[in-house]
Write a protein that binds this ligand. Structure first.
Ligand SMILES: Cc1cc2nc3c(=O)[nH]c(=O)nc-3n(C[C@H](O)[C@H](O)[C@H](O)COP(=O)(O)OP(=O)(O)OC[C@H]3O[C@@H](n4cnc5c(N)ncnc54)[C@H](O)[C@@H]3O)c2cc1C
Length: 411
């Protein structure tokens, strides 16, 4: 019996064709798969992950506010430390401590966290292809022919999908392949220091993160110190438009950190703005690939996972109706539920970055006020700015103190 080439192609395609190919098994890609499969267990999903294991290598501090509980249930073994407060250091290095009794944030082991999320997606029916990189895609006859690299065999292959989700992080190959608009990013660099000195051990015990601002420390962002109690280490990281390693070396020298105590280093890009387009011809971008990151702190996990939930609903409708016009609902819902807050956070970051060291010294000094500290303890939120502003508007007795701090930052 002779089989025509076309029939053969259809046969091959059937075995390797999907409704949706998700590129990237980070927290966003895995959440997208899980949420979509919860809406419709029959959706055929394939997740491509270029590394050998989801979550490895780790390129994240894993500091999540308590709002992580809205998008995931953390497992005990994933929690490295519980954070109850923060020490803010002005350019003059005078501290302002905001300490609470309750847990405000968690330091999470991203390797364990990401891996578990990937396994959850797999257990619901997503096909996981590890060691497999997305190289590019072309639309032929209404489906995408996706070129992938099997890194173990060093072989390129083709799989077929109706839709593609780029959840492949800040350097998104999917975004490049489909010529999505570019976005600005910061270079981030971090070191892990074994806690050997008494000062370090005390820092870990105190359960506070420390944030350092100043043009000479981290001109476009801030420098952070995070206690990792479960590992008895401290992470020191910073983000910057340029020279993050130089800035880190300077901090190491100033703080007299013994370089032999540095056990690991990591780096990566942090998106610094929203991508101006996130849907195009059956392709969606979600998470870091879409720039869905808080510009105030660089955190992208919680908002990225929330946006994955929004994208899942739109993709479900799209696949159900077999019509890519429904991907527009992802944009609409994102514009309603996430974009305004992310834009406000970016405005806040732009304002902070435009302050001089003198202004920042004065602001932090003015904020060191009992009433303000109490207000921040009650209303501060690492992921949003609006709830605190709304609360402040309802408390006229605090306006003058805050106005003083803002005024000092303007002169
Ligand atoms: C140093 C640093 C510290 C950070 N600290 C925090 C923090 O404390 N809290 C916080 O909330 N956020 C933090 N972030 C940001 C956070 O890491 C990201 O926002 C988050 O990981 C975004 O998730 P994602 O799934 O969108 O992308 P990623 O986590 O980047 O996942 C993308 C996945 O896609 C895979 N991939 C990429 N290209 C391809 C390809 N071509 N083919 C196949 N697979 C591909 C990658 O291997 C990766 O697994 C930090 C970032 C950095 C760089």
């Amino acid at each position: 019996m002779r089989i025509s080439f076309k029939v053969l192609l259809v046969f091959v395609s059937m075995k390797t064709s999907y409704d949706l190919v998700i590129v990237g098994a980070g927290p966003v890609g895995s959440t997208l798969a899980t949420q979509l499969l919860k809406l419709n267990e029959n959706v055929r999903i394939c997740i491509l992950e270029e590394h050998a294991k989801a979550g490895t290598p780790q390129q994240c501090s894993g500091l999540f506010s308590k709002n992580i509980n809205d998008v995931a249930t953390l497992q005990k073994k994933e929690i490295i430390a519980e954070i109850k407060g923060a020490d803010f250091y002005s350019p003059l290095r005078s501290p302002l401590e905001i300490k609470t009794k309750q847990i405000q944030a968690y330091v999470v082991d991203r390797t364990l966290f990401d891996y578990r999320l990937a396994k959850e997606a797999e257990s619901l029916g997503a096909k996981m292809m590890i060691n497999t990189a997305f190289l590019g895609a072309k639309k032929i006859d209404d489906v995408y022919r996706i070129k992938i690299l099997d890194k173990k065999q060093n072989k390129t292959k083709t799989i077929v999908a109706k839709y593609i989700a780029g959840c492949d992080g800040a350097t998104s190959t999917v975004a490049k392949t489909f010529s999505f608009p570019k976005m600005e990013s910061l270079y981030s660099y971090a070191i892990f220091v074994d806690a050997k000195t008494t000062k370090d051990k005390e820092f870990i015990k105190n359960n506070n993160v420390a944030l350092y601002v100043g043009k000479k420390t981290a001109p476009d962002f801030f420098l952070w110190k995070i206690p990792r109690a479960g590992e008895n280490t401290i992470e020191i990281g910073l983000a910057s438009k340029k020279n993050p390693v130089f800035l880190m070396d300077k901090f190491i020298r100033e703080e007299k950190i013994n370089k032999s105590n540095i056990s690991a280093k990591m780096g990566g890009l942090i998106p610094f703005e929203l991508r101006s387009k996130i849907v195009k011809e059956g392709v969606v971008l979600v998470g870091d690939a879409a720039g869905q990151v808080k510009a105030t702190t660089g955190g992208g996990v919680i908002w990225g996972m929330k946006c994955a939930g929004i994208a899942a609903k739109a993709l479900n409708k799209t696949i159900e109706q077999d019509n890519s016009k429904y991907l527009g609902t992802y944009v609409c819902e994102f514009n309603k539920k996430a974009k305004p807050e992310l834009k406000r956070l970016k405005l806040a970051r732009t304002f902070l970055n435009s302050r001089s060291d003198r202004q920042m010294n004065l602001v932090l000094k003015s904020l060191n006020n009992k009433k303000i500290i109490e207000f921040i303890k009650e209303n501060g939120d690492m992921d949003s700015i609006t709830p605190a502003v709304v609360s402040l508007l309802k408390k006229p007795q605090l306006w003058s103190v805050f106005a003083k701090a803002i005024f000092r930052s303007l002169i």
